[in-house]
Write a new protein. Sequence first.
Length: 363
Amino acid sequence: MKVPLCRIVTLGEFTPWGTHFIEVLEKENVVEISQAESLKYLLDNDISGASQIVFLENGPEGRQYVTELRASGRKFYVVLIGKLLTKEDYSFAMHNRVFRVFENITPETPEVLAEIKHLADTVDREKKFELLVRSLKSVLLQAEGDVADSVMSELKTAVGKLGTTVAFNEYTSPSGEKTHHHDKLMFHQSEDLPDVLETIDSLERTGVLYVKGPLPAEEGQINFLQGKIVSASTGVVHGLKAIYRMFLWDSPQFLFTRRDPEEMTFDDPINVSMKHINVEGAAHRRRYEKVRQELPPNRIVLELDPGFLHPGVSLPKEDFYTLASVVEFGKVSQILDYNPLPDAVLFESLIQLRKLNMLRILG
């Protein structure tokens, strides 16, 4: 059986010609296809960080999607198809770094197969290079503390530049940005928590990952046994809630220390896969970003306005749990610490309850 060259995502409306083009590619097992119901759906479910191949049909909607994909900062290889393209369409495609344009061509044409194979090979090489970078990062992770700081800093910078080389190129860079803008020091300044967690998981390491955000209270640790998370804490918060809180920290720093298995604690075991943790953590981060401009300061004290409590009041379960914590604790920092709901959910509920005038600020 013929194996598809790659997996693609179709986005937006397609004309009968465009639909036929895509259907033939799928029927001939050239590609495996999934359809994104909307741009928001595509971005919200793009949690792997890997490049995706997106097919669009030329037109006002398709060009708008290209612009928005480039502005998203995610990694997409864009292929534009169309029965008739103008000079302006080609100029737009070049300006927005569209990988390939197929104009009024049948999908059975050898040129189409060759170009899709070239694209599939490009994505495959990128994945292999990412694995190489991850292996180098794992060496740095294990060597932390055993190598002089000056040497380690140089190594991190070098690996960071290698990672940047593969992370963004002329076809996947966000619109209007230079690739060097994304330089990072691996496992030190602004590396993503999901990437660090996946590295430790894939290497099956045993030890403690220390996580530090830019604010004084943003310090935590995650304990691993053969790559599996066995416990986590930040302040008085433990377990998954602690990990999801760390997902909200901006530009965290990391330090991994190896430990013997008998040194590890199992006070609050976490029986959830790393993939699930990263998916949920990324979702909480997105929710947090949507409301972060409205966050209540941790120091303020809230109280329930009793005038809004009557038999006809109906609240979502999360808002009810949040309201109960307001009554019990009052102070925002304590509500966040002692209510088991993730911080992003609590922030959403507190903001919503304030908008409903059900909460008052005492100080």
